[in-house]
Write a protein that binds this ligand. Structure first.
Ligand code: PLP
Length: 388
């Protein structure tokens, strides 16, 4: 079995999630719009899923949750809605957004980018100035997929309120890693994706504050109160609901978070001790318990993160360079570059993201020790290669 330290890319659906979903895969007539009993039962299952997702983000009304197919669709729906409500106005994003946000912003028109500092923290002053100019939408990532850094978005939400600007939060990476509170964030839209928190792939959600504009992406039926056409993915919604309940409980448990952080810290300590010159990217005090992004000193070796990943893959250790890459060359991560990391170090960086939803989905201490040993060995052999 490979050791999977790439859980910010996707996670395995947990056993309770799969158990809850299975009956819905084979059930005849489970279309929530149907008037017969099978349909009504499916509608009740969808309602329970919606309630669980709403509860996880602190939304008072479950009807504020619109189910989508994934995080990218949720982001697209928010941008599409804001652009239709306020055409011709620019959008504001940060320099460390996921490509879904960046692409949606570019498609919508002019984009204003708010920089971050070396730690990955937003330039709050620049953000507040941009908001005062009245953009169509401000969109910010809550928990960074590459570094795990958690952004301080409450002041952004408050300023958006004050200036009547729509605010979207990309919270795709947040469930299970931190408590999400839409009231404190002060957002109009908030995007989620079940496969990032041990739910199934193929189902996501967008929270839409009551009264915020929604212009559907798909033409079709009246599902999701006319906000997203298409027969509901009942098994996916059921699975997302169970995953949301588990994620909310995990996020609220200081003990569970401390346990995951201790494993992440062990991995970091073992690697930093034995791989000289390695740095941890981003604010280590304000980040997800499951994530570390390490920059290796491979200068002079002519090699980069892709070479390390190749060696780790060969040993069944799955990590990520945090950006698209091919077998021989890693493109430096735009997120690390935006944080002021030099090109060579950015191209020599690997993201380790541990499983975080508890037994049986948790990265164990043994796995961490095996993973760290493999990283140390890979680093040593690359350094030796360079010395030859
Ligand atoms: C922060 C962030 N936003 C959005 C997405 C897109 O989510 P999905 O893969 O479900 O479309 C991802 C997935 O990598 C992500 O990490």
């Amino acid at each position: 079995m490979p050791l999977h330290f790439d859980c910010n890319a996707t996670t395995a659906a947990s056993e309770p999630v799969i158990e809850a979903m299975l009956p819905w895969l084979g059930r005849p007539g489970a279309n929530p719009s149907a008037a017969h009993e099978a349909g009504r039962e499916a509608a009740r299952a969808v309602r329970r899923g919606r309630e669980a997702v709403a509860a996880m983000i602190g939304a008072r009304s479950p009807s504020t949750v619109v189910f989508t197919s994934c995080g990218s669709e949720s982001t697209s729906l928010a941008f599409h809605s804001a652009a239709a409500a306020k055409p011709g106005h620019p959008t504001v994003i940060s320099t460390v957004e996921h490509s879904a946000t960046r692409k949606c912003a570019e498609r919508a028109g002019p984009v204003l980018e708010i920089p971050v500092d070396r730690a990955g923290a937003l330039d709050q002053g620049a953000a507040l100035e941009a908001i005062a100019r009245g953009p169509a939408l401000v969109s910010m990532i809550l928990l960074n997929n590459e570094t795990g850094v958690i952004s301080e978005l409450e002041p952004i939400g408050a300023a958006c309120r004050e200036h009547g600007v729509l605010f979207h939060v990309d919270a795709v990476q947040a469930p299970g890693k931190m408590t999400i509170d839409i009231e404190r964030l002060g957002c109009d839209y908030l995007g989620l994706s079940a496969h990032k928190f041990h739910g199934p792939r193929g189902i996501g959600a967008l929270y839409v504050r009551e009264g915020a504009p929604v212009f559907p992406l798909l033409a079709g039926g009246p599902q999701e109160d006319g906000r997203r056409a298409g027969t509901e993915n009942v098994p996916g919604i059921v699975g997302m609901g169970v995953a949301a309940e588990r994620a909310a409980a995990l996020a609220a448990s200081g003990e569970a978070q401390a346990e995951i952080a201790a494993r992440r810290d062990l991995l970091e300590r073992l690697v930093l001790e034995r791989c000289p010159g390695t740095v941890v990217h981003g604010d280590t005090a304000r980040r997800a318990a499951n994530t570390t992004n390490l920059g290796f000193d491979l200068e002079g070796t002519g090699l980069d993160a892709a070479a390390m990943m190749g060696l780790l893959n060969a040993q069944g250790i799955e990590v990520s360079a945090g950006s698209a890459c091919n077998a021989t060359q890693a493109a430096p991560s735009p997120v690390l570059l935006a944080m002021g990391t030099g090109e060579a170090l950015a191209a020599s960086s690997l993201r380790f993201s541990l499983a975080h939803l508890g037994t049986p989905d948790k990265s164990t201490q043994d796995e961490i020790e095996i993973g760290a040993a493999a990283v140390i060995e890979a680093y040593a052999s690359l350094s030796l290669l360079a010395a030859d």
